[in-house]
Design a protein around this ligand. Sequence first.
Ligand code: GUN
Ligand code: FE
Length: 434
Amino acid sequence: MKKETSFILRGDIVYSKAPLEIVVNEDSYLVCMNGEVEGVYTSIPKEFYKLRLYNYEGCLIIPGMADLHLHAPQYSFRGLNMDLELIQWLEQVAFPEESKYSELIYANEAYDYFVEDLKKSATTRACVFATLHPQSTILLMEKLEKTGLHCMVGKVNMDRNSPDYLVEGTKDSITRTKKWITSVKDKYQNVIPIITPRFLPSCTDELMIELGNICREYQLPLQSHLSENKGEIKWVKELFPSADSYSAAYEQLGTFGGDIHTVMAHCLYIDKYEMDLMKKNGVYMAHCPSSNTNILSGIAPLRTYLDYKIQIGLGSDIGAGDNLSLFNVMAEAIKVSKLYTCLVKAELKPITSREAFYLATKGGGSFFGKVGSFEVGYELDAIIIKDYSQGQPRDFQVEERLERLIYSAKENDIVAKYCKGTQIFDCYKSNSLL
Ligand code: GUN
Ligand code: FE
């Protein structure tokens, strides 16, 4: 990690302004001042001659991506037991693995492995679930802090409908959460705590209400799951009969946006009332297409949500999602939206590669502030890609190179990475002073 936050990047620069609006600046200069985008130029303005130039000529420079939903402790088993649906998968696969994080020795090894891979990936920002164990959650936060990536990390809360080996008492859950916040709040430069009720079935009303109060008291964001699986939705109706919908149940408990910066994963089967509520309360949606296919949850009507102007980003949802790469998640989002058109509603158009790129960058990035674009004043998150489209029998336009990468980018194609102007790594090593 290199703490120099004013410099220039040279390369083929591409970023989104809106879902269908992409900006391409071939062989240009991206000026970063104090961690923020100062501008993009075709030649370097005189006043910046003294800045260091990182010359990535011929490489693509795109904004770093935001992963709005993933479970760090599930990285260790991703790709296994994908023939189960949500509740069975939680009971048989996810919960037993998460219980191992009570042991710091195991957590240390497993989180090293996860953090190293996240560092090399296209992701610069992430909303991360840990487990209910405060100590191993702090360990994860410390490891992420050292990478320079900006992450929101949650100690998970669960006080009902959970196995004996992975559950907390209600009061205990509240006390441990407050203690955890006190020990991590304002401690890191890059990592902040996020309140993380696992999902409505695993938290009593009392716990959920108190977690909302904690968000308000400490000014913290909140992440959870919403409407992922039909069986789960039926279960929520039984657990919370007074609410008309899953979203309304969270709303009645005071944990659905409004004065709490909130992101909900999945949102596959929400009705119009719930869409209105998400929009009204500014609740973000983390769309997790790989996970939704893997554990047979279904297909989210992404076009409907985009047309409705709900705030949306992408989530890898490791480990129900199998791949940490948001390139891969973009491709999955495009593909499942086509299946939705073919199999469910022909009048809904599939999403395009431009829209997927927007969701992975500016769409999800906006959960973190002015993040995910190279417009002036945005925090400078960038990944540099040496792509294989060059030196081929035919030429490709810059945007075509990006489109091909969505389907095939490999970790090794990313040769350098920056987050809020901090260099996370640079294995291209082609920098020079002017
Ligand atoms: N709902 C509650 N917990 C989980 C989890 O760990 N993964 C997914 N995909 N959904 C959940
Ligand atoms: Fe999840």
